[in-house]
Design a protein around this ligand. Structure first.
Ligand code: PAF
Length: 282
């Protein structure tokens, strides 16, 4: 695996691979790799000839009071893990490489960013995501890009952005990877001390309680959200949001009929965690 720092070097590597008929799979990341990231890299590896992983803690998607400075960084460890998962190129640019002096463009995806994390983290979050992902797509020009379903709203934002800007890339959503006790893997789980780590499992229990409600035939938003809220309350967790929405456009729905996205965000100890599940009624 090669570590590449400049836009021009990634472009040259991709151009050379393409000239030999290779297809390109791309995994954009902010590093601090866990099994979730590695599952995306393995999926890209299984489907493509060249696998490019980007490692860039993107400053423009963090709000002023968020954890940009504290965000876990360990490039050496990440490079070893990416190589073990089959990456060919690790693109690890500096902020100045991505945002040179005079940088003045920001991409705003409307509608799907108005709710959930867009409402609670502020508009700059998804503007930052859409802008950096558009840049990365422009640099890597992949055939397919791999994202984790844990960031369900991010996937919708990226899909809309790629469609609206006619970027010819397939967006592949990969399943959430969980710890044995159900906690969704996240780079931010390192912020959890032992008591918070224990309480954090309530997010998964809340989603499971909602799934159980739907399985019993209780498909109304009141029933589903009530079941989930009770699990959070039992762990003394006040969600930032707990929403039942259309998985296609994030409009609110009043029942699981026949599918709905149940999404939650909550502060637990020092971490802000998100999780979600797709509910299906039969
Ligand atoms: O999901 C992430 O890690 C980031 O939001 C992404 C897609 C790499 C953009 O910075």
């Amino acid at each position: 695996m090669r570590i590449v720092r400049s836009v021009s070097d990634v472009r040259a590597a991709v151009r050379e691979a393409r000239a030999q008929g290779a297809t390109i799979g791309f995994v954009p990341t902010m590093g601090a790799f866990h099994e979730g990231h590695l599952s995306l890299m393995r999926a890209a590896r299984a489907a493509h000839d060249l696998v490019v992983v980007s490692l860039f803690v993107n400053p423009t998607q963090f709000g002023p009071s968020e954890d940009l400075a504290a965000y876990p960084r360990d490039e050496q460890r990440d490079a070893q893990l990416a190589e073990s998962a089959g990456a060919d190129i690790l693109f690890a640019p500096s902020p100045a490489e991505m945002y040179p002096d005079g940088f003045a463009t920001r991409i705003h995806v409307a509608a799907v960013t108005d709710v959930m994390c867009g409402a609670s983290r502020g508009p700059e979050h998804f503007d930052g995501v859409a802008t950096v992902v558009a840049k990365l797509f422009g640099i890597v020009a992949p055939d397919a890009a791999y994202f984790g379903q844990k960031d369900a709203q991010q996937i919708l934002v990226v899909r809309r952005m790629a469609r609206d800007l006619d970027i010819p890339v397939e967006i592949v959503a990969c399943p959430i990877v969980r710890e044995p006790d159900g906690l969704a893997m996240s780079s931010r789980n390192v912020y959890l001390d032992a008591p918070a780590r224990e309480r954090a499992t309530a997010l998964h229990r809340a989603l499971a309680a909602a799934e159980a409600a739907v399985a019993r035939g209780d498909v109304t938003a009141d029933a589903v959200l009530g079941a989930a809220r009770a699990e959070l309350a039992a762990a003394d967790i006040q969600p930032e949001y707990l929403d039942l929405r259309s998985p296609d456009d994030l409009t609110e729905v009043d029942a699981v009929a026949p599918v709905a996205l149940l999404a939650v965000a909550a502060r637990v100890g020092a971490a802000r965690l998100i999780d979600n599940t797709i509910l299906e009624s039969h």
